[in-house]
Write a protein that binds this ligand. Structure first.
Ligand code: AMP
Length: 212
């Protein structure tokens, strides 16, 4: 299955992508995680991207398109993948079409802005493997430590209140138009997010027609 998960920042894309990735045995590809890793490793991409991320802006399309097409050509993507956070603009979606990437679904996680602002303050991420956590909704077994790899859990630099509002505004302006784009192609699968991760997963599996 080739799938993209869309939705507002903090809407649960990464968490649901992680669950689906394990269930379906296909890789979870998060452009945000790849970019944050590039920033930590101080690569050329990382140096350019750092300012955009900190301001809650999108990284330029050309850079992200190039990064994703390289990642999708790797062997583990042969049987499908779950894209999390890509495409995020119409030019990115059109570039995917041009390269010949055909998705089976564009999963749209619907979560209202008020819920997002509440949620993002408690979000944490593993510094090593990027696994997502939340102090209230998805806490690790041991405070501050990743269950999967033992890495340290950190708060993302862009999860501060001013940047959160900026990211939401960018989402509405630049990413939301993709809903119409994928609806027209007959690929849109709407999933209304619930309060708990498990309930949201049930909705996601149902709209994708995957057995729970
Ligand atoms: P995320 O982890 O998906 O919330 O992404 C964090 C940040 O990485 C975003 O606010 C953007 O600055 C950048 N980013 C991630 N994916 C993309 C993309 N497809 N296009 C442009 N910027 C992106």
């Amino acid at each position: 299955m080739k799938l993209t998960i869309m939705g507002p920042p903090g809407g649960g894309k990464g968490t649901q992508a992680e669950i689906l990735s394990e269930k379906l045995g296909i890789p979870h590809i998060s452009t945000g995680a790849i970019i944050r890793n590039a920033i930590r490793e101080k690569t050329e991409l990382g140096k350019v991207a750092e300012g955009y991320i900190a301001d809650g802006q999108l990284v330029p399309d050309e850079l992200v398109i190039d990064m994703v097409s390289k990642r999708l050509s790797e062997a583990d993507c042969e049987n499908g993948y779950i894209l999390d956070g890509f495409p995020r603009t119409l030019p990115q979606a059109q570039a995917m079409d041009k390269i010949g990437i055909k998705l089976d679904f564009a999963l749209n996680l619907i979560v209202p802005d008020e819920v997002i602002v509440d949620r993002l303050g408690g979000r944490r991420e593993c510094k090593v493997c990027a696994a997502p956590y939340h102090v209230k909704f998805n806490p690790p077994e041991k405070d501050g430590v990743c269950d999967k790899c033992g890495g340290v859990l950190i708060t993302r630099a862009d999860d501060v209140p001013e940047t959160i509002l900026q990211r939401l505004s960018v989402y509405h302006k630049q990413t939301e138009p993709l809903i119409g784009f994928y609806k027209e192609k007959g690929l849109l699968a709407d999933a209304v997010g619930r309060d708990s991760i498990e309930d949201t997963t049930k909705v996601v599996l149902e709209v994708l027609g995957v057995k729970g």
